[in-house]
Design a binder for this molecule. Structure first.
Ligand SMILES: Cc1cc2nc3c(=O)[nH]c(=O)nc-3n(C[C@H](O)[C@H](O)[C@H](O)COP(=O)(O)OP(=O)(O)OC[C@H]3O[C@@H](n4cnc5c(N)ncnc54)[C@H](O)[C@@H]3O)c2cc1C
Length: 446
C-alpha cells in the first residue's frame, strides 16, 4: 500500500472547519446553565436545555466540533464498547442496562438527524465485530452469546452470511446503528444549536472552574460566566482544572486514515454487500468502513497516552500510518496497491472501568465523560439526559446506569505508556501466530 503522499491534518479528514465561527466571550455574564465544551456531548446538552426553555451559555475553546466528535470513524454502535467478556464478568448485572443505553443512543442519533434535517450520509447498516483469526472468531461467538442473553440485537455469521469482505472469517453484526460522516453530523448539530436560543461563544477556553456562594464561576481570557449550574463536557481535556476528580479518565490519541478513491468495480469485488462498518477483535481494534466517496476509512491499532495538559494538537505518527497500511494490505490483499490519501487523529477519554460515566460534583457541577470510543452516539444521548436531569430533577434510567455517586477512580494501570505498548505487542504476537497458521493452511490446501 502506498504511503508516500499522505496529507497529514491536525483537524479531520471528513470536513473543513466551519466558516462562521462565533466570536469569543468578552465581558462578564450570568446564566442559568453553562456548558463547557462544544463536542456532540456539550452541544446536545445545550440544545436540549434551550429547547426546554432554559437560559443556557456554551463555551468552546476552538469551535463546536473541533474535538473527537468530527474526527471519529463515524460508526454508530448498537452495542456497548470495551472488553465485553470482562465487562460481563465484572458487571454482569449492568449488561442489560448498558445494551439499552447503546441501542437508545443509536436511535437518538437517528432522531437528531431526522428532527434537524442533517445531511450526513447516514446508512443504517449496523456494524460488525469482524474476526481475522479462528481465535478471534471464538471470542466473537462468546461475545454474541453474552449480548444475546442480555437482550442485544446481534447476529452471528460467516463473512458471506454477513456480507463482509472475504478477508475476514466472519463475525457478529449489530442490527442497530450504522455509519455516517461525523464531520457533517457534527456541523448539523452545531447549526441546530446556533439556531436555538443558546448563547454560544467559540474560541473561548475555560481556564478555571470554581464554586462561589451556591453558583459556579467559569474563567476565560476576557470574561467570566456566573451560572447556577454547569455541565463539563470536555471529554479527554477534562483534566485541566482542579475541580476535576483525580484520575477521572485517561486521554488517549487515536488515528484514522482514508484511502484514495477506489474503482467501484474493485470495491464490489470485495463482497462487502452489507456495507457494515467493521471492528476487529484485537485488544486494540482495527476499524474499517466504506464511504460514499468510494474510499475506505480505517484506523486505531495503537493508542498513544497523553501525558501533559493542555493536550497538543498533533498529527498521527507516520510509523503508525505505515503499520495501518500494512494491516490494510493483509485484510484487503486485492487492494494492496491503493494509496493512503490522508491521516488525522483525535483525543478520546478512557475510564478505568472502560464504562461511560456521568456524575455530579456538589449540587452545581455535572459531568459526563469517556464513552470509550463509543461516544459518537452515547455522548450526545447522555448529554441530552443530563439536560433533562437539570430541568426535571430526576435521572433517567439510562443515566442512572452510568451514574457515579462517589467520584473516586482507581489508577488505570494498563493505560500507562508501557501498559499500552504491552497490549499492542500481545496483539502483534497473536497476528504473527495467526499469519503463520494461515500460511501453513494455504500451503497444505490442495
Ligand atoms: C479517531 C477517532 C475515532 C473514533 N471512532 C468512533 C466511532 O467510530 N464510533 C464512536 O461511537 N465513537 C468514536 N470515537 C469516539 C467519539 O468520537 C467520542 O467519544 C465523542 O466524540 C466524544 O464527544 P464529546 O463531546 O464528549 O467530546 P469532544 O468531541 O472531544 O468535545 C470536547 C470539546 O471540548 C472542548 N474543550 C476542551 N477543553 C475546553 C476548555 N477548557 N474550555 C472550552 N472548551 C474546551 C474541545 O475543544 C472539544 O471541542 C472516535 C474518536 C476518535 C478520536
Amino acid at each position: 500500500m502506498k504511503t508516500d503522499n499522505v496529507e497529514y491534518t491536525t483537524f479531520t479528514g471528513w470536513i473543513d472547519p466551519p466558516a462562521d465561527i462565533r466570536s469569543a466571550l468578552r465581558g462578564d455574564l450570568a446564566c442559568e446553565v453553562a456548558v463547557v465544551g462544544g463536542g456532540l456531548g456539550g452541544m446536545s446538552t445545550a440544545l436540549r436545555l434551550a429547547e426546554r426553555g432554559r437560559d443556557v451559555v456554551l463555551l468552546e475553546a476552538e469551535f463546536c466540533g473541533h474535538g473527537a466528535s468530527s474526527r471519529n470513524a463515524g460508526q454508530v454502535a448498537g452495542a456497548p464498547g470495551g472488553d465485553l467478556q470482562l465487562l460481563n464478568l465484572l458487571h454482569r448485572a449492568k449488561m442489560p442496562g448498558l445494551i439499552r443505553l447503546a441501542e437508545r443512543a443509536a436511535h437518538h442519533v437517528e432522531d437528531l438527524i431526522t428532527t434537524h434535517g442533517i445531511d450526513c450520509d447516514y446508512e443504517p447498516t449496523g456494524n460488525c465485530f469482524a474476526a481475522v483469526s479462528r481465535g478471534q472468531m471464538g471470542r466473537v461467538r462468546r461475545v454474541t452469546k453474552i449480548l444475546q442473553r442480555a437482550g442485544c440485537q446481534v447476529e452471528l455469521g460467516t463473512s458471506e452470511e454477513l456480507g463482509i469482505p472475504r478477508g475476514f472469517l466472519g463475525g457478529m453484526r449489530e442490527k442497530v446503528g450504522g455509519m455516517l460522516n461525523p464531520g457533517l453530523f457534527t456541523l448539523g448539530v452545531r447549526r441546530a444549536l446556533l439556531g436555538s436560543s443558546a448563547r454560544v461563544f467559540e474560541r473561548t477556553k475555560v481556564t478555571d472552574v470554581t464554586r462561589d456562594r451556591g453558583q459556579v464561576v467559569l474563567t476565560t481570557a476576557r470574561g467570566k460566566v456566573r451560572a447556577d449550574k454547569v455541565v463539563l463536557a470536555t471529554n479527554a481535556y477534562a483534566g485541566e482544572w482542579d475541580i476535576t476528580p483525580p484520575r477521572l479518565a485517561v486521554p488517549l490519541y487515536v488515528a484514522e486514515v482514508e484511502t484514495e478513491p477506489i474503482d467501484p468495480a474493485r470495491l464490489a469485488a470485495l463482497g462487502w454487500t452489507s456495507r457494515s462498518g467493521l471492528v476487529t477483535q484485537h485488544a486494540i481494534m482495527e476499524n474499517y468502513r466504506l464511504t460514499p466517496r468510494n474510499t475506505i476509512v480505517f484506523g486505531v491499532r495503537r493508542l498513544q497516552r497523553g501525558t501533559t495538559y493542555p493536550l497538543p494538537q498533533r498529527t498521527p505518527d507516520p510509523a503508525l500510518v505505515e503499520e495501518l497500511a500494512h494491516a490494510f494490505a493483509t485484510r484487503f490483499p486485492a487492494l494492496s496497491d491503493i494509496a493512503i490519501a490522508r491521516a488525522w487523529g483525535g483525543w478520546i477519554a478512557i475510564t478505568s472501568t472502560w464504562l461511560p460515566l456521568a456524575g455530579q460534583i456538589g449540587d452545581t457541577v455535572h459531568y459526563s465523560i469517556a464513552c470509550n470510543g463509543h461516544g459518537l452516539a452515547q455522548a450526545p444521548y447522555l448529554g441530552s439526559l443530563i439536560a433533562d436531569l437539570i430541568v426535571d430533577g430526576e435521572r433517567h434510567e439510562d443515566l442512572d446506569g452510568v451514574w457515579k455517586k462517589n467520584p473516586a477512580f482507581p489508577r488505570p494501570v494498563m493505560m500507562s505508556p508501557l501498559g499500552l505498548r504491552t497490549i499492542w505487542a500481545v496483539d502483534r504476537f497473536n497476528d504473527l501466530i495467526n499469519g503463520s497458521r494461515n500460511n501453513a493452511r494455504r500451503a497444505t490446501t490442495p
